[in-house]
Design a protein around this ligand. Structure first.
Ligand SMILES: Cc1cc2nc3c(=O)[nH]c(=O)nc-3n(C[C@H](O)[C@H](O)[C@H](O)COP(=O)(O)OP(=O)(O)OC[C@H]3O[C@@H](n4cnc5c(N)ncnc54)[C@H](O)[C@@H]3O)c2cc1C
Ligand SMILES: *[C@@H]1O[C@H](CO)[C@@H](O)[C@H](O)[C@H]1NC(C)=O
Ligand SMILES: *[C@@H]1O[C@H](CO)[C@@H](O)[C@H](O)[C@H]1NC(C)=O
Ligand SMILES: *[C@@H]1O[C@H](CO)[C@@H](O)[C@H](O)[C@H]1NC(C)=O
Length: 631
């Protein structure tokens, strides 16, 4: 319960300076939260502001870096483009797939949101549909397919044509027995009325009943999830078998799987998810589609937080949500510390003792660790809660796998994709390691005259990449060119800033790959627009964010040693110890901030007896939080 900065005996000058800069406090922390990502910020806010369960001055939050948000990182200081808010990490949420973050942001925090696919945030709040986000062109194995750019439609990738640069023998077409003319997709193995999962196939039509009430849909999802938890594939529980294993059995060849990855923005690593984990989130999302939404908000689609009214309405950046939680917590009296990286967590007779790298130490009655797998393991094998965790809990932690992701935004004085290419929404899929998936609605743009796109300047998400399908088109590629690794031990942040006239030789490699990539990837689009003589200018500046070592987590199959849901074990990995894991890694919505909030709310509900949030649908709370999505 004390928080003190202890004298450090043998230190370097740098470490000594850090210690001197550390806040010297000698006070009580009843609850310590380690990590100021959205999960940690939410935990502090729920305890001290929303429910006032713990006196705010007894809640302490420690963040390793000098900013909050972790993998939510809204940059506003790109050289030459100051004030152009750019989300180099997470950037959006879905209004019905992600009910906790939606209700938190829109209802509890009172923030406005707008369609993610409306780059200038100018559509009326109550649009019934957001602009589509189709994949307008695909280049795969050097062959390009361009859709109807004017209509914003994707090329047809459902019907086999001989131009497809893939080898499909007659005996291995789209899974056994299917004609080559009708493309089967991996997803068909799992979802749909012909799913290989009988527990799902038999309920498919009912799960999709758009007329069902939320209550009925959630009850059906519960029944389905309960059946999936005891169901097996050839006698193997669904959490012990992977998507790729079942797909191979369904007749999918490696070539067909390469094709899936080639045509989509996905990654082969997703194929190694365990089937139960894949389906838990999918089935729940089918039910939350029936959540009634207030007519004042945008459509049931991906949205981003916005600020300002009328013509001055603009994207606020995803970090505005985290900052609001932190600001409210701090204003209420929560003690918030930056530059405090926990390096060990011990338990001694009712106290959890956390040591920080700056020499500080805190003792608390209860600790919430807002860390993903890498940060948790970086605390060391002797640290709690893993030191005292059951073998089953350790295995569940081991099943999580952080898969690399990267985003690169480049900035131009003229927004050529809007003015010349006339692309304001949709995405592309390229065959280039530097430029994997450009997204034309994603990037901060400001226009002198909003009605005239030739007056717009700003940034474009030139590449979005996940995983490591070939070792080239991947998060690993970007990580290989980062200025420094971003990891629990590096002490660096995730971004590499490339300014045209100030590039190091190593940055020049990346820069020329980006510039060449942007040009070659857009060649088929320029041709489709009859702009073959146009050369896309070099950008002024690019910001590359590599989240390779600390990215988003998927859950591999592993033989479990008990029947608990993984989420139950994550909420308290060491039985009897007041230490809880709160992170995207430990939720069911892998890769989404929603997963982080799920894990936080579960631990708060089960171990601090927090009442359901007044702003959250009670049916959602019961199914997802109280019952851990177990059905
Ligand atoms: C490229 C990319 C795009 C994404 N897009 C989306 C999206 O559009 N929408 C969405 O919902 N999600 C998205 N996600 C996922 C989303 O970013 C995460 O789910 C979410 O931000 C996780 O929040 P968290 O609080 O659980 O963890 P983190 O953000 O990882 O926060 C952990 C915090 O704890 C701190 N910390 C770690 N170890 C210590 C320690 N030892 N001591 C002190 N502090 C420590 C870290 O510095 C960090 O601030 C994306 C992720 C990536 C990488
Ligand atoms: C949206 O709101 C405006 C008034 O603000 C109203 O005129 C319009 O009919 C609404 N549209 C829908 C689809 O609800
Ligand atoms: C849903 O309701 C509409 C309108 O009442 C009706 O036409 C439709 O058949 C219903 N669908 C199902 C699946 O019951
Ligand atoms: C934590 O810090 C205290 C005080 O410096 C020290 O005595 C103790 O050994 C440290 N514990 C660990 C596990 O590093």
């Amino acid at each position: 319960m004390r928080f003190t900065t202890v004298p450090v005996v043998a230190v370097t000058a740098i470490a000594a300076a850090t210690v001197a800069a550390a806040a010297v406090v000698d006070d009580d922390c009843e609850v310590a939260i380690v990590g100021g990502g959205i999960g940690g910020a939410y935990t502090a806010w729920r305890l001290a502001v929303d429910t006032k369960t713990v006196r705010p001055s007894k809640v302490c939050l420690f963040e390793a870096s000098d900013r909050f948000g972790g993998r939510i990182f809204s940059v506003d200081n790109v050289p030459g483009y100051e004030g152009y808010i750019t989300d180099v990490g997470a950037y959006r949420f879905h209004r019905t797939d992600h009910p906790i973050i939606r209700s938190l942001t829109e209802d509890a925090l009172g923030m406005e949101t707008a369609c993610y696919t409306d780059p200038t945030a100018s559509l009326p709040m109550n649009v019934t549909e957001c602009p589509p986000e189709n994949q307008l062109f695909t280049t795969v194995r050097t062959v390009s397919f361009v859709g109807d750019l004017d209509a914003g439609e994707a090329p047809d990738e459902s019907t086999w044509t001989p131009q497809w640069p893939f080898f499909l023998a007659d005996e291995n077409k789209w899974g056994s027995g299917r004609p080559r003319s009708s493309r089967g997709q991996l997803v068909d193995v799992f979802v749909g009325p012909k799913s290989m999962i009988p527990e799902l196939a038999s309920r498919w039509v009912a799960l999709n009943d758009k007329n069902a009430t939320l209550e009925a849909a959630m009850a059906l999802a519960d029944t389905t999830l309960a059946a999936l938890r005891v169901g097996t594939y050839k006698g193997v529980p669904y959490n012990q078998v992977s998507v790729v294993q079942m797909a191979r059995d369904a007749g999918f060849t490696p070539e067909q799987m390469a094709m899936e990855v080639g045509f989509s923005g996905g990654s082969a690593q997703f194929f190694n998810m365990n089937v139960l984990s894949l389906l838990t989130d999918s089935v729940r999302k089918m039910a939350t589609k029936r959540l009634p939404l207030a007519a004042t908000g945008p459509a049931a689609a991906m949205v981003v937080p916005v600020t300002g009214k009328g013509a001055s309405r603009k994207r606020a950046g995803m970090a505005s949500i985290v900052n609001k939680l932190i600001d409210e917590a701090r204003a209420a009296g929560v003690r918030v510390y930056t530059n405090h990286r926990a390096v060990s967590v011990r338990y001694d007779d009712g106290d959890v003792i956390v040591n920080f790298s700056n020499g500080g130490q805190t003792e608390a009655n209860r600790v919430f660790l807002n860390m993903g797998k890498a940060d948790l393991l970086a605390l060391g094998a002797a640290s709690e809660p893993m030191a005292s965790a059951s073998e089953d809990a350790r295995r569940r932690v081991d099943t999580t796998f952080p898969l690399g992701a990267s985003k690169t935004y480049c900035f131009w004085p003229s927004a050529w994709w809007l003015s010349d290419l006339r692309l304001s929404t949709g995405r592309g899929k390229a065959d280039n390691p530097a430029i994997v998936q450009p997204r034309y609605h994603d990037g901060p743009v400001q226009c002198t005259d909003p009605a005239d796109v030739s007056t717009c300047r700003g940034g474009l998400l030139v590449s979005y990449a996940f995983g490591d399908d070939t070792g080239a088109k991947s998060g690993m590629w970007a990580a290989s060119y980062a200025d420094a690794p971003y990891s629990p031990i590096s002490g660096k942040d995730a971004i590499t800033v490339l300014v045209k006239d100030r590039l190091t030789p190593r940055q020049k490699l990346l820069w020329s790959a980006l510039v060449d990539g942007i040009r070659s990837v857009h060649a088929p689009v320029l041709a489709a627009r009859q702009l073959t003589s146009m050369t896309i200018d070099e950008p002024d500046v690019c910001v590359m964010a590599s989240w390779f070592d600390v990215s988003l987590h998927i859950s591999r199959p592993v033989p479990t040693l008990g029947t608990a849901a993984s989420a139950e074990l994550y909420a308290a990995p060491a039985e009897g110890l007041p230490i809880h894991l709160v992170n995207e890694a430990w939720g069911d919505a892998h890769g989404w901030a929603e997963g982080s909030l799920q894990s936080a709310e579960r631990a708060l509900h089960a171990y601090m007896k927090l009442p359901p949030p007044s702003w959250l649908n009670t049916v959602v709370h019961t199914a997802v939080i109280k019952n851990y999505n177990k059905g």
